[in-house]
Design a protein around this ligand. Sequence first.
Ligand code: TYC
Length: 123
Amino acid sequence: MWAADHFIKARLSAGEEGEGDHQGTGNGTAVITRTKTRLKRPSLYRVLLLNDDYTPMDFVIHVLERFFQKNREDATRIMLHVHNHGVGECGIYTYEVAETKVTQVMDFARQHQHPLQCVMEKK
Ligand code: TYC
């Protein structure tokens, strides 16, 4: 965990919001405006690889090493899981990171004329 994460965690668990500034409306009432930003945990997305009958096993292992920072042992384990079960998890990311991984894998597979499919799903 990053050092700053402890601070963010404390703010999240406090459900932090502004104390509010009181502003006159000119008609004897008042409105309260938020002065701090409420923090929300970002939604997370699983990035999945799908099995097919044609993409070489070594290519899938390379994809897992190159785009998902897996070592050879973990990449081989994930590839075999997808091969045997039809689908498997490569990693869990926030929306834009997950979307980028999917695009990178799909582009790379297409460049090499393999039918490998990569998708994302909300956790
Ligand atoms: N089933 C492929 C084969 O036998 C290997 C493979 C594994 C393909 C994982 C895609 O996501 C995949 N060559």
